[in-house]
Design a protein. Sequence first.
Lengths: 267, 267, 267, 244, 244, 244
Amino acid sequence: MTVVPSIKRDYITKLASEGKRIDGRSFNQYRPIEIKTKVVNKAEGSARVKIGKTQVLVGIKMSLGEPFADSPNMGVLSTAAELIPLASPDFEAGPPREDAIELARVVDRGVRESEVVDVEKLVITPGEKVWIVFIDIHILDYDGNLFDAASLGALAALSTTVVPAKRFEAELPEGYPKEDYPLPMAEPPISCTTVKINDYVLFDPCFDEEIIADARLTVATDNHGDIRAMQKGLSGSFTQEEIQKVIKGALDNGQEIRKQLNHSTGK
Amino acid sequence: MTVVPSIKRDYITKLASEGKRIDGRSFNQYRPIEIKTKVVNKAEGSARVKIGKTQVLVGIKMSLGEPFADSPNMGVLSTAAELIPLASPDFEAGPPREDAIELARVVDRGVRESEVVDVEKLVITPGEKVWIVFIDIHILDYDGNLFDAASLGALAALSTTVVPAKRFEAELPEGYPKEDYPLPMAEPPISCTTVKINDYVLFDPCFDEEIIADARLTVATDNHGDIRAMQKGLSGSFTQEEIQKVIKGALDNGQEIRKQLNHSTGK
Amino acid sequence: MTVVPSIKRDYITKLASEGKRIDGRSFNQYRPIEIKTKVVNKAEGSARVKIGKTQVLVGIKMSLGEPFADSPNMGVLSTAAELIPLASPDFEAGPPREDAIELARVVDRGVRESEVVDVEKLVITPGEKVWIVFIDIHILDYDGNLFDAASLGALAALSTTVVPAKRFEAELPEGYPKEDYPLPMAEPPISCTTVKINDYVLFDPCFDEEIIADARLTVATDNHGDIRAMQKGLSGSFTQEEIQKVIKGALDNGQEIRKQLNHSTGK
Amino acid sequence: MKSDIELINSEGKRLDGRGPEDLRKIKIEAGVLHRADGSCYLEWGGNKVLVAVYGPREALPRHTQNPLRAIVQARYNMAAFSVEDRKRPGPDRRSVEISKVISEALEKVILVEQFPRATVNVNIEVLDAEAGTRCAGLTAAGVALVDAGIPLRDIPVACAAGKIGGKVVLDLGKEEDNFGDADLPIAIAPRTGEVLLLQMDGHFTFDEFNHAFDLAVKGCHTVSELQKEAIITKYQTVAEEVQE
Amino acid sequence: MKSDIELINSEGKRLDGRGPEDLRKIKIEAGVLHRADGSCYLEWGGNKVLVAVYGPREALPRHTQNPLRAIVQARYNMAAFSVEDRKRPGPDRRSVEISKVISEALEKVILVEQFPRATVNVNIEVLDAEAGTRCAGLTAAGVALVDAGIPLRDIPVACAAGKIGGKVVLDLGKEEDNFGDADLPIAIAPRTGEVLLLQMDGHFTFDEFNHAFDLAVKGCHTVSELQKEAIITKYQTVAEEVQE
Amino acid sequence: MKSDIELINSEGKRLDGRGPEDLRKIKIEAGVLHRADGSCYLEWGGNKVLVAVYGPREALPRHTQNPLRAIVQARYNMAAFSVEDRKRPGPDRRSVEISKVISEALEKVILVEQFPRATVNVNIEVLDAEAGTRCAGLTAAGVALVDAGIPLRDIPVACAAGKIGGKVVLDLGKEEDNFGDADLPIAIAPRTGEVLLLQMDGHFTFDEFNHAFDLAVKGCHTVSELQKEAIITKYQTVAEEVQE
């Protein structure tokens, strides 16, 4: 357990000192990204995202329910992630652990705080009946950088989600549209993740880079160049300069990824 | 753990090669069956079934509740089995494991799919209020063949169940009977279980036969000679000829057991 | 694990044979008690109780809910205790174990059976809406005798609880007071705990006495000198004479502690 | 909870016709199960309990072992159908507490020092519940321990006394438990009178407590005789079977 | 549950246009995942399943090890979004039972004696569910096991037959499963015809059962060919990549 | 969530009277518990937190041990009564995430290499919650670690900055947290300025972020002085007690 990572670590840092990465990328470069939407039928929306060999499937289900007591004028978003044993020999069956919980909560905040889904438009009867949007993240193949793959998957799945008004016809009040319609969405912020190994900061870490990383930083930026969410992880630290460098790299990569997302969701 | 079963296995297969079983029965023969109903007071129906030294107690409780959304015109059946540590040194306290879950689900399907309980007659107000029937299976003493003992116990307990309309008087609508009445029941299918050890197929396995068995097959048949449910278990296989032999034996044994069940429930 | 307690045991019993205890107290004597109420803001009532170095914080929250089906004319009391790992290196995170459950249930019965909270006055609409009183016991520092510290904390917290009628204004029916008012309380019984070590009976055991004790006996007495609750614990036994001696000591200590409780809650 | 029901009348007659010092009807049968090392079926008024004892055997997982003596793990469990409204299967807070106080009571009479690193498991299943199940369960456990051949200092036995309509009586029934003034279940080792289990709820004066305590001890001794009869009956049956 | 829908018309045509002995459309792809030792993606009518195999590797925790052979742990799981109304994540009683019967079926064909103390993990994820997911999952598991290079006696394969509108048919679709008369999913080892998995619900006469059983076996053999094609396609692709 | 409340007025005055760069009132007390190896009680505005540190001691169960260094297990827990509507006891997803990021932040400053196979447990109990509990908890944990004598590279300290009514301010209060535009809690090692914890929600321009970040770092340094005072006060008290 401890010998192999240590050898890998030496190799990866040696490469980094020469400005190189194990798969030939530059420090700021992403692996190829592939986004495919509407990949399952029963879901109201779905997307499969590949970043390199990492593969994530996100499905959206909607149902009717009560709003939270402290937000009667908002629909409900609920995000769950499962690190199912399908995706990695290290993932175990059972209730989600802290890694899966952090992943789900970061994706959730990315969607919620950025107000990409207009939750006020999900209200049917204030304080009584609203749409609940379930975002379920399935990790299918794990080769690093789940944060970006899961966020991107969630955004792509939401962007193609159709509100199943017809299926819930009987439970909807008079005057409410009974035909399915697209989920109202705003321009999404894009999440970009880096890891720090020694003093090198690498975007879109692959599995081998991730397991030896000292620290992790995720930054979500919008199409105005503003910052919408950040999350630092692992027990290493960042300096202020490094943080600023990560933000700038996130803005650049975010623009490219946003184009690809919009293209794949037909926007 | 592995030596004793292996010695037992040799002994049991040697006997089987001479057409014999450790307790002197023939391959198709059941141990003595004893069925006693109304054994506990608080339950709406109950039965204690002994097959040889195996002993099972089934209690039925009823309450009012909502039907499932996809079957507004049906009452609800709910079957639970507990392999309580009372019955065997190998059973452990805690949530039901896969063995207990398979047992409960096979008994449940036996009751549900055979339509022995007329769930449509358990509706009080369609889509709103129905009778819920809880079938709780308690294993008291474990000497093999829990499937048949539990099924038989469930049928005997249901057959003597009295709908507690009087106790729920206040919650029942006008016009609904307020006096207790027998749970409406159809002719029950009878479940018969075999195990396969090498190429020998033995009905009603005792504990020693069960723990060395290669495969298990349960067949439920009705009084018309039709097949109502089947479940194969364990990692051994059956040939088509063996399956047909099991069905025929299940029909024969089923007739006898049905007589005894009807006798004990006064039908 | 087994050597240290055995040495402590020898030392403590030797002292006891001379009529002494490790901290210089007499057999019937309590350590200094400190009661401070209103120690947290969000709770409807709260108290921090110290008995020697043992420290317990009890917080009361109230909300509206349905009464139990079998007591439509009573509010609901719910007591929970957590032996959080903050208080002792031996306490573990996770669901409450049997020690925490026994503690919560003994405190709960002390409050419930003594009718110190007038639950009939907690009814808003009989059978439909009542006040629910949550008593949450947090052990902060563990140096023995949690039973008395927790009971006393619960009583002190309840005695200073203010019913949050204003916060729940919107959910209260017309005519019901909309201003906050003190929780209606009767004179509380006081819980006194002893342990038996060999043939010595010691009140208010500290940690070192508690871990080597043979048996434990808690007696709650009221201001009329009557007995309101008892609970024996651990695998040792008591004689009838010892039980009577404990009751008498509990009456004496109870009077003193009651004075201090009333003083600290301004009654 | 108070009620208008007169639980005991001026002649000292109780709702079910018993006098103040009468026990409900008790029936005890030892050795009723095949797999268990020892077992007992007991009816006490409307209560029906079944107890199976396993052990002494190695305590597992190992970190639960005590190197100096056996641990005693009683598990009190109510069947889902043993009460008016179905109980969810599995332990609740009440059954965890009762399991704990029964375990502690039994530990005192079992010669645990003879079996280091072992466990004795006592499984108490309540099949029908009607006031007094912990006393019924502990009493049946005593018989099942003997049936299992576990070395005991004494056969533990339990009984409750209480107060209804202001009067101290033996062995509360269901209505008496719900609407009475106080309940005092105890368990003792009958040869020495040592108190193994004691709980009390309600309201007793000091004198009432002493009266109730004496009554409960007397009840324990009566039940103790029934335990012994059940054990003798079992051995006689076995002896006859062997002779046949 | 009965319905007024005519599931099969007098010409033997079913709701989706199939004849009585027609399978739904099946698509199988081997080796679709990077981390897994073996994998398979399978579409069967509206069902979509993904299977990843890990192993043989040391079984952990150790007390789960069998000193004589490998254990086989299949885990059948439905994605929350695979059904009309969102399913709560995590195992329910249905998935526990299906995991058990699939594990038992696979154990028969894996050469478990070659890997004492090891485990073979078979993770079956149902991404879209539309009647027949256990047959789809077991069939995909067979391919994924081959892809993982696990030594097998035979490639297990599954298919169901059933009864709708009184007629025996192959491979029930969604409406047919909900409103049909009987369902008989089986899995076999195709070379010997041994039955590895068999469940049945509903109502068959003895003759109907035999008819349905034969039909299901026939279905298994058809699906078995598709499994082999998928495996060959995978190896050809790999071989081509190596040559390039 | 937007609101009509004016969180900061044109003179830069906030709802509770603070200016944009003012901290809420902070009170820190070290060494408040008897059993814990180190402890700290901290009030920060309306927040009240209590921290107990245990360790370094052997990590159990053994498979959690790291042969090269100590593991750090922070457990952030909110008391049921610490919030307006009672919180169910036990960890929820929010507290699991906060426990994780605090554990990671503390691990950086503890000299974990000195204690292979050990664990350091940091129990953070929130008794009253009013915006900023993770900063309050981490700050108190820093003091409790010193009180426990755990070797540290630096005393970790936390503080948040945010944006309300379009303006960047220090240390959001309750209303500001609920209705503000952005929140940026950070933790640093004050001697080097290394960032140990960083989370951000809401909406910042690049310049606003830099402003907020600088403000939060400044806040950390102010709080760091209060930590040191609390530690000195504790040692003086201990020294005086020893001299007496």
